[in-house]
Design a protein around this ligand. Sequence first.
Ligand code: BDR
Ligand code: CA
Length: 313
Amino acid sequence: MSEPRKIIIDTDPGQDDAAAIMLALGSPELDILGITTVAGNVPLARTSCNARIILEFCSRTDVKVYAGADRPIARPLVTAEHVHGKTGLDGPELHEPQMPLEARHAVDFIIETLRREPAGTVTLCTLGPLTNIATALEKAPDIAGRVRELVMMGGGFFEGGNITPAAEFNIYVDPEAAAAVFKSGIPIVMMPLDVTHKVLTLKSRVASLREIGSRPAKALVEMLDFFERFDVEKYGSDGGPLHDPTVIAYLLKPELFSGRDCNVEIETTSPLTVGMTVVDWWQVTGRKHNARVMKDVDADGFFALLAERVGRL
Ligand code: BDR
Ligand code: CA
């Protein structure tokens, strides 16, 4: 096997963030340099606690957690307890994490890691609002040229939004941060709702996760059982969309996804559509491509990968 790919996971766990972290932990192709937390689904104190609980469920306290921004760059924080429950990780019984948070701020960890590692070797995996990444870019613009790729869960185009009719949650919470990231020149791969709404936690698909029976797998299944309730009611679908693990699945098996290079701009001013990702899918503007935007996914292949990797934990 070639050298494992170095990644930093920037996250606001969240049950689907937990699935993404577990997928990464179960994958020897990936070397997790650190997990950085951000305020999003729930406030920062809770996302930082949840990241450590997930690592402890998986007995992987060797992976370090760095707390980052506790609020968006220019707006008050919007959270999503209505989706994820009071803790953000509702479902399994949750314990107080024993492993410590690192003393270093997430933004400094991101900057120092990108400056230390050879240029073009570190991939950023973002599963929440982009506040930490935009703050790092503001503080140390030189890091933009050192990132191998940034793979994000965020946005939506034909599928519209999920927190407003126009905006997806991660982009909506910190649109100024998203705008800075899309302007940065970093090679971006975007997993929008157009993809994630196709990876529904159908009973038949979760069955193989249920069969595993290990501590992390049980915790994940209990999280997913809680998580799908809200979306099943909202969309009338059989199962909820498993957004964030698509980012990690893309690193492992890009052939599960298809999309195209596009220009993406972020709406930051209109009260009606703030946080909208304006994706030039039909290439009508002539504006410069700044992201590879995914649209389709082999959902069964994705769930098979998830179950196989969680089974290794
Ligand atoms: C995104 O928002 C959060 O609620 C999920 O964790 C995911 O990252 C989906 O819009
Ligand atoms: Ca998330």
